[in-house]
Design a protein around this ligand. Structure first.
Ligand SMILES: *Cc1c(COP(=O)(O)O)cnc(C)c1O
Length: 382
């Protein structure tokens, strides 16, 4: 099956009892055994659940790998990866990672003896020089949040594997519609299913995908031991969202391209960051490794700096001032006070994450309506 067909059909069979075309929601904590020592494939929903299993298989097929392991949030998926390591192990990570990921790494996992080094992975040489004898994994986010830095994952994957390290990629912003990191050597692909994959601002969820049976076994063991599992209903909602992934992403990226070029030509806008623009420093790499466009995320800064950015975000009407991204509604975010408020100010500045930075998750509304809303808000934000 080709990609669009896999989104709609992979792993989804009519219910053998009723013929229902949509898999049922098996909202059940436990499963009755026909006799001692024998089950019908399921025993307890923390370990496995028929609805979750459909989602895991569907998502693995969409990502082009064999195995999927679903979690109750993107954060618990990232956390599960780190639980295959032990105290003293070291991880090299992209510096501009999602705010919650750097909080988990720095504020929680360092208490358990894991060590982290952050580098700008858009230059693979930085990864090579950060590797130590205790290094066990390279963790890359591409494009990053919110600066949309792009990493050449084939190059970084080669370095990781030359050193015998695991290579994990947080591919939440790209989705498998634009990028399938396993094809470039990623051992583990992670998504927050909260975002584009479910796509409708309905659930919080995460998933890990791998082609390696040994890793799948470890991750499933963490899943059932720690128990950060999604509810069957949430799995079902993600499954339904995935069926329209291609259609939605095509519109997200089309709209984002239009909004990015509009912003780039606007006199009040100082800087636009979108991997699809020629002006993006890693545009060539993005164009090479991403397909069908560049997803729907844009960051920009206004000429009037912080005050103008805040005025703009307070003036939008159609764009929703909200944390999160990757849903059908256009959402606008102020990273400095919202998603990245916990990153210390000097570190934010060092990363190029100014107080005037605006992040836009371009939705699937009519692009004209999004542009009109930005036009009126930009006029007020002089
Ligand atoms: C949202 C997000 C996460 C965390 O996922 P949750 O579902 O919010 O727990 C991790 N990485 C990226 C890139 C994200 O956008």
């Amino acid at each position: 099956m080709r990609f669009d067909t896999r989104c709609v059909r992979a792993a989804i069979e009519p219910d053998p009892v009723t013929g229902a075309i949509v898999p049922p929601i098996y909202q059940s904590a436990t499963f009755v055994l026909p006799e001692v020592g024998r089950d019908l494939g399921f025993d307890y929903t923390r370990s496995s659940n028929p609805t979750r299993q459909v989602l895991e298989e569907q998502m693995a097929a969409i990502e082009g790998v064999k195995y999927g392991t679903a979690f109750a949030s993107g954060m618990s998926a990232v956390d599960a990866v780190t639980r295959i390591f032990k105290a003293g192990d070291h991880i090299v990570s992209s510096d501009d990672v999602y705010g919650g990921v750097s909080r988990l790494f720095n504020k929680i996992l360092t208490n358990f003896g894991l060590e982290f080094t952050y580098v700008d992975t858009s230059d693979p040489a930085n990864v090579e020089s950060a590797i130590r004898p205790a290094t066990k994994m390279v963790w890359v986010e591409t494009p990053t949040n919110p600066l949309l830095k792009v990493t050449d994952i084939e190059a970084v994957g080669r370095i990781a594997h030359e050193h015998g390290l695991l290579f994990g990629v947080d591919s939440t912003f790209a989705t498998p519609y634009h990028l399938r990191p396993a094809a470039y050597g990623a051992d583990i692909v992670m998504h927050s299913t909260t975002k584009y994959l479910s796509g409708h601002n309905l659930i919080i969820g995460g998933i890990l995908l791998t082609d390696r049976a040994d890793l799948d076994e470890k991750l499933k063991y963490v899943q059932k031991s720690v128990g950060a599992v999604p509810s069957p209903f949430d799995c079902w909602l993600i499954m339904e969202g995935l069926k329209t992934l291609s259609l939605r992403m095509a519109r997200h990226t089309d709209n984002a391209r239009r909004v990015a070029s509009y912003l780039e030509s606007h006199p009040n806008v100082a800087r636009v960051i979108f991997p699809g623009l020629e002006s993006h420093p890693m545009h060539q790499v993005a164009a090479r490794q991403m397909e069908n466009g560049f997803s729907g995320m844009i960051s920009f800064e206004l000429e009037g700096g912080s005050a103008a950015g805040i005025q703009l975000m307070n003036s939008v009407k159609l764009c929703a001032l909200a944390e999160s991204l990757g849903a059908v509604e256009t959402m606008i975010t102020h990273p400095a006070s919202m998603t990245h408020a916990e990153v210390p100010e000097d570190e934010r500045r060092a990363r190029g994450l100014g107080d005037g930075l605006v992040r836009l998750s371009v939705g699937i509304e009519d692009a004209e309506d999004i542009l009109e809303d930005l036009e009126q808000a930009l006029a007020r934000a002089q």
